[in-house]
Design a protein around this ligand. Structure first.
Ligand code: FAD
Length: 419
């Protein structure tokens, strides 16, 4: 019988790692179409010994491998798919410090001080991710502002409260009225918060760049190699479907939404949709600074531009996860997203070229789950669920590599399973 623990009403199965496979995305994710398969990694074809095994070669596993190998810790990444072909290749790749829950909402859950710490650290994480891109000479990224705009007049008061709290926390924000939004961004909204900090990237390519950098730092990366069984508590033996094993002292589970299925009650799986337009011949028609735009609607709508002057729009989320049902809706959702675009920019000619759907997960407070479960301190989870998955992959890589190398991390508690 597996041991069962109840923490804050959440049931955890411990000492057992059940390994699920899911259908994570369908359609034509833009970054995957654009980049194809940029890297080749072998299947595991020998028995290995290492310090850390990382399950998952998406952005979470890639950042963990990069951090660990940079500190001289030997690690092996194993992914059942080709590297990056989980949720990472479906991402629209906006890196924002602004979470699914506003600072105002988060304050009512955790108190103002703690909530501000989360937001301020998220701002720092955007800068740190940009620094890593610089270190790697990774060009597919761009710093850009973000504009959080009211979808209706009644949400302006919320924006004002949110603005005041962010300002108090020391975050670089401005409150804009309709006339200013119209003058500067070319569309109309009753109000908006403009943030200086944001990063739009190509996370699929960043994942590959991190895997390559980790290889150079001594890590090993294997794909099309599924972890089918794990054994042990202080030392582990990892069994794979290629018939080979890896022995290690620590396990990092960066298995994305498939990893979360093992942990009851922490994540609600949903479906989300995105479309990418044809490129705009005249990019000066588009709003300036390639700002990321998103609104106060629930679920929210978001827009970004790409370096080749396309517009990506995402949203129209559904509160279910059933791949077939999700995929049946792609056509309809694409039309709705296109209509959403025209409501904001009625004079632009938007022609959708690629559309796709993916699974994503939300947590009760919009924060990720990072760290280990009681009784199993050498198994770390890197579960950056929610709309800020990319950002939290970095937070998670830092917390986990600090834990493994014995360094104190003051943020660890904020994201622990026991927060
Ligand atoms: C349409 C869409 C838009 C999004 N937009 C944004 C956005 O704009 N900004 C943002 O921050 N986030 C966004 N996200 C979320 C973001 O994409 C994810 O948070 C992120 O990609 C998760 O990365 P990951 O490495 O944790 O998971 P994944 O990329 O899914 O990687 C996990 C890997 O683990 C492997 N794995 C699992 N189990 C096993 C096993 N037993 N053995 C071996 N391998 C295993 C899987 O094959 C997979 O490749 C979006 C998601 C979707 C679907």
């Amino acid at each position: 019988m597996p041991a069962e623990r109840i923490i804050n009403g959440v049931v955890f199965m411990v000492f057992r790692l059940k390994l699920f496979s899911m259908d994570l995305k369908t359609g034509m994710p833009y970054w995957l179409i654009k980049n194809g398969l940029p890297g080749h990694y072998p299947k595991l074809n020998e028995d290995l010994k290492t310090e850390v095994v990382i399950i998952g070669g998406g952005i979470s596993g890639a950042l963990a491998a990069y951090h660990l190998s940079k500190r001289g810790v030997s690690c092996v990444v194993l992914d059942r798919r080709t590297i990056g072909l989980g949720s990472t290749c479906a991402s629209t790749s906006l890196v924002q410090y602004e979470l699914d829950r506003t600072l105002y909402e988060l304050s009512s859950l955790f108190g103002e001080h703690k909530a501000a710490q989360v937001y301020v650290e998220a701002v720092e994480a955007v800068h740190k991710l940009d620094d890593i891109c610089e270190e790697l000479k990774f060009k597919n990224k761009e710093r850009c502002p973000s504009l959080y705009f009211a979808d209706k007049k009644s949400n302006v008061t919320l924006l004002q409260k949110e603005y005041a709290m962010r300002k108090k926390a020391g975050i670089d924000v401005s409150l804009l009225e309709d006339s200013e939004i119209r003058n500067r961004f070319g569309f109309s909204a009753p109000g908006a918060i403009e943030s200086a900090t944001g990063l739009s990237i190509d996370v699929y390519m960043l994942c590959h760049a991190l895997c390559n950098a980790s290889l150079k730092q001594g890590a090993k990366v294997y794909d099309r190699t599924e972890v089918i069984k794990t054994e042990g508590k202080n030392k582990f033996k990892i069994y794979t479907d290629t018939g080979f094993t890896v022995s290690c002292n620590y396990l990092v589970n960066a298995g994305g939404y498939e990893a979360g299925k093992n942990l009851k009650g922490i994540v609600k799986l949903c479906s989300t949709y995105a479309i990418a337009s044809e490129h705009f011949e005249d990019p000066s028609q588009l709003w300036p600074n390639r700002a990321m735009l998103w609104n106060t609607a629930k679920p929210y709508l978001y827009l970004r531009q790409t370096p080749d002057n396309r517009v990506i729009i995402g949203g129209r989320d559904e509160l279910f996860y059933q791949a077939e049902r999700r995929d049946d809706l792609i056509k309809r959702k694409s039309k709705l997203l296109e209509a959403d675009f025209y409501k904001i920019f009625p004079d632009l000619n938007f022609k959708s070229e690629f559309s796709w759907a993916g699974t994503f997960g939300v947590t009760k407070d919009s924060l990720p789950y990072i760290g280990s479960l009681k009784g199993n301190p050498r198994v770390y989870y890197s579960l950056g669920y929610g709309g800020n998955g990319i950002l939290f992959s970095l937070t998670s890589a830092e917390i986990i590599s600090d834990a493994i190398t014995g360094k104190k991390n003051n943020s660890a508690e904020l994201y622990s399973f026991y927060r």
